[in-house]
Structure formats: C-alpha cells, structure tokens
Ligand binder design. Structure first.
Ligand code: NDP
Length: 327
C-alpha cells in the first residue's frame, strides 16, 4: 500500500515521503478501512513539517481524518462495504492516520457516513467542518443574541464551513479575513460583512468597546480574541476552536465576563463521544449547503502533502484541501 511516511533521523531531523509499504505494518485495531479521501488540517501541517509537531511515534503516517470503505471488521457494528468517516482520537498523531491507502483503527473512533454524503463530501467537511458544526451547536445551546455572528480566520478551513452553515441557518455573518482578495469567496459562502483582520488585531487598553456581535466562532485566538471579547453583546458567547494567531489571549480580559456576562466556550473535536459526532454529522448533512462545499475544495494527492503542510501553517490555504489517497 502507498503511504506518506514521516521519519526521524538520528539527529532528530524529520522528513516526509510517499513510500510503498507492507499492509502488515498497520497498527492494531478492529476495523481496516480502504481510505478514499483525507484532508490537510492545521495539525497535519504540524505533523508533516520540520520537527514533527504533534507526532508521538516514528515512523508515522499523518492524516487526522479520513473517509472510506470498510474492508475487514472484527466489530459487529461494521461490515465490509460500509462507508465510514473518522475524525479525532489522536489518529494521525499517536496512531497511523489517513495519508495511506489503508488504515486500521478502533471501531469506537468511526462514524457511519450519513445518508446523502459521499466520502469526498465528508472530507471536504472533515475535522475542520465537524468542528465548525460543533461550534454552531454550542452557540445555539447557549442562545445566539441578535446581531451578526463574527467568524474569525474566515477563509481558512473551519471559518469557511462555519460561514456557510451560519448563513444557511439564516444568521448574518461578519467574516474576518487577512486576505482582501478572498472577499468574493466569503460573500459567496454567505458572509454579509467583511471585517479586515488588522481592524481586530491591535491591542487596546480599553476595558470594553461598543457591543457589536451576537455570537462568535473564533479560529485565531491571540490579540484578535482579546479585542473580540470586548465587542461582544451582553450575554453572548464566543466558541473558541483554535489558535492560528497565537496561544495567548491579549488585552484587558476580565471585563467582558464580569460586566457583560460574555461566555467563552471551548470546543474540542478530538475526544467527542460517538453520539455527539453522529449528531454533528447528521446536522452537517442537513444544514451545510452542499452546493457551497465545492467552492471550498482544493484537490490534492499524497505527493502534494509536504508542500501543502507548510502552506497551511503560513495561513495560505483557502477552504479545505481534499486529498484523493487513491490517485
Ligand atoms: P486554516 O489554516 O485553514 O485557517 C486558519 C485561518 O486563520 C487562516 O486561513 C487565516 O484566515 C487565519 N490566520 C492565520 N494566521 C493568522 C494570524 N497570525 N492572525 C490572524 N488570523 C490568522 O486552519 P483551520 O481552519 O483548519 O484551523 C484553525 C485553527 O483551529 C487551528 O489552530 C487548528 O489547530 C484549530 N482546530 C481546532 C479544532 C478543535 O477541535 N478545537 C479542530 C480543527 C482545527 P484569513 O486568511 O481568512 O485571515
């Protein structure tokens, strides 16, 4: 089988290359899947790139998500021919992942593909899209306030899917981007307002600013999250999903929480229980406009991965990179 293998040499240098390897090298698991599609997420960029990022063991096959067809199964929930999707559970970091023609995983980590979703569409959504859906569900549970919902890192993977879902659900979406050339793309996904990134990255000493946003899905953190928190409407919520702009939240932090009752909701897609993943995938099949999905897709093959891994870490990738593992 062909796989993208990341290796580490004696000096600690890592390298990634496409190799033909024996299927017997696959890790243990109850279900063997013929992988059809995987994707490039921010974490994959870290795992492919120099230093190996989040990789726990070498040699390693990255790819934090995949969709494909069950080839063999020791678990009664799955039989050969079933279409499945996998996200999370440290697959692609601690367990070999989706950048290979076959994957062997625990049955508990899989979800049956919802009706109407192809393996390619499932990966156009992927971990980023699942996370966007989980963030929307968390905001709904908390109660969205009137006014635009802000999406940061909007031209990226999570941001693109979040924009399309929120717009389909009838919300006004304000999309924050550092790439002015992506305005038409974001408006086509349903954004009603474009906010230039640099309007929100300057750190101010003000404890609060004018109330603007009825909710927020934040992929960026850093200085931007510090500013956004001060602009949230009374009682509204921010679903924090990522830190593409830095791990620290900067600015006068406590005021939005105690003076405006703002909620900061942490979203983790990795350890989501089966029922939550199933619900999120079924909402995706229902609430994500499939005609918008194709505009987000950049197709790729295993051979393209080293270059794309570097690009995503620089914030250069638009939407979702879908890797045809069979090509
Ligand atoms: P992408 O690289 O596709 O998108 C991130 C976007 O953030 C970029 O496209 C860019 O958008 C913006 N951005 C990048 N760098 C900066 C910066 N320095 N300052 C401000 N904005 C910046 O990544 P994903 O959407 O796949 O993931 C986003 C984050 O979410 C990552 O940190 C990732 O690890 C995390 N994540 C977390 C998950 C979870 O379970 N919580 C699951 C999936 C991802 P633009 O050009 O439009 O400004």
């Amino acid at each position: 089988m062909r796989a993208l293998i990341v290796e580490k040499d004696d000096e600690g240098q890592t390298s990634a290359s496409v190799q033909d390897i024996e299927e017997s090298r696959l890790p243990e698991g109850e279900v063997t899947v013929a992988v059809e599609y995987s994707t490039v997420n921010y974490k994959d960029g870290l795992c492919i790139g120099p230093g190996g990022g989040l990789v726990r063991n070498y040699p390693h096959v990255p790819g934090i998500d995949f969709a494909g067809t069950v080839e063999a199964s020791d678990d009664s929930r799955y039989k050969p021919g079933d279409k499945v999707v996998l996200t999370g559970w440290r697959v692609g970091e601690a367990h070999w992942g989706g950048y290979a023609e076959k994957a062997r995983v625990k049955a508990d980590w899989l979800v049956p593909l919802p009706d109407g979703l192809s393996t390619r569409a499932a990966m156009a959504v992927g971990t980023a899209g699942l996370t966007a859906m989980l963030a929307v569900m968390a905001l709904e549970k908390q109660g969205l306030k009137e006014g635009p919902v802000l999406v940061t890192g909007a031209a990226g993977g999570v941001g693109s899917v979040a924009t399309a879902i929120l717009a389909k659900l009838g919300h006004e979406v304000a999309a924050v981007t550092g790439r002015p050339d992506q305005e038409a793309y974001l408006r086509d996904l349903g954004a009603t307002q474009i906010v230039p990134r640099d309007e929100l990255t300057e750190v101010t000493r003000k404890p609060l600013e004018g109330e603007q946003w009825g909710g927020c899905i934040d992929a960026v953190a850093g200085a931007m999250l510090g500013r956004v928190l001060k602009q949230m409407k009374y009682g509204s919520s921010v679903a924090a999903i990522g830190l593409a702009g830095g791990a620290a939240i900067e600015g006068a932090l406590i005021t939005p929480f105690i003076l405006r009752g703002v909620n900061l909701l942490g979203i983790d897609s990795v350890m989501q229980p089966y029922e939550n993943r199933l619900e999120a995938w079924s909402r995706i099949a229902h609430d994500l406009p499939m005609e918008k999905l194709e505009a987000m897709v950049q197709p790729a093959t295993l051979a393209d991965l080293p270059g794309l891994g570097a690009d995503i870490l620089k914030g250069k990738v638009r939407g979702r990179v879908v890797v045809d593992v069979t090509a």
